[in-house]
Unconditional design. Structure first.
Length: 242
């Protein structure tokens, strides 16, 4: 009986030690004064952090609000929470007023991106674009019903061609993959224009499928066996001459 209690106690001790290892690591790295100034939250497991629960909440069919509600239920409605996502310590802001102040203050708050996204940088392009400029670039093609209405015809054309191709296939198709391919073509034509040649569009899609695992990897570590490592060892970006 005593040995069973010792084993259970040892397992629980190891569990709580490993569970708090991330907290201890950043306490030592940042210093007590800086660490105590951070908002409440949870840094999760070492290396993994809270990435799996974040991915589960935000994946297709998930409930994005569940992740935020979990933070609020544990720490109260304080508007900011510390976490650890995609291999990096993170501050999550949920208060609209705080978000507005951050986005409008380009002097104190500089845009930053995960290591997986920085791999795609060309001459530091991402780091030189502020949030307002980035928002204007991304939102302008989609802003307003009149602008969106001009895309209806070619969206219908793309979807019709896709359905026709599926109907001629003799083998079963991977529906999720095929739908993703059609949506990618729609999005690219919205941002790059409807005149983009089909061969170029196919190259862009191939490049996206290759780099997608790098950008979206919840464990961005160059370790054999991980998706991130496999994608990095694949075809170099320079091989895609679009």
């Amino acid at each position: 009986m005593l040995s069973v209690c010792v084993i259970i106690g040892s397992v629980l001790g190891v569990y709580f030690f490993v569970r708090k290892l991330n907290e201890v690591w950043y306490l030592v790295k940042l210093g007590r004064r800086v660490y105590k100034s951070l908002p409440s939250g949870d840094l999760g497991w070492p290396l993994i952090g809270s990435s799996f629960s974040f991915y589960k909440a935000f994946k297709a069919g998930g409930d994005p609000d569940s992740f935020i509600h979990h933070l609020i239920s544990r720490n109260g409605r304080v508007g900011m929470y510390k976490s650890h996502l995609y291999g990096r310590p993170t501050i999550i802001v949920t208060d609209p007023e705080i978000c507005r102040r951050i986005y409008l203050d380009d002097q104190k708050f500089k845009p930053n991106y995960p290591k997986s996204v920085k791999l795609l940088e060309v001459n530091g392009l991402f780091s030189r674009i502020d949030h307002k400029t980035f928002y204007r670039i991304m939102a302008s093609p989609l802003n307003g019903y009149e602008i969106l209405s001009k895309y209806v015809s070619f969206i219908e054309e793309i979807m019709s061609k896709g359905l026709e191709e599926w109907s001629t296939m003799k083998e079963p198709i991977e529906l999720l993959s095929e739908i993703g391919s059609l949506l990618f073509k729609v999005i690219i034509r919205i941002f790059l224009g409807n005149e983009i040649p089909t061969p170029t569009l196919n190259k862009l899609e191939a490049l996206y499928k290759h780099l997608g695992p790098v950008i979206l990897s919840i464990l961005p570590y160059d370790v054999p066996g991980l998706t991130y490592h496999h994608a990095l060892k694949g075809t170099p970006v320079d091989d895609f001459n679009v």
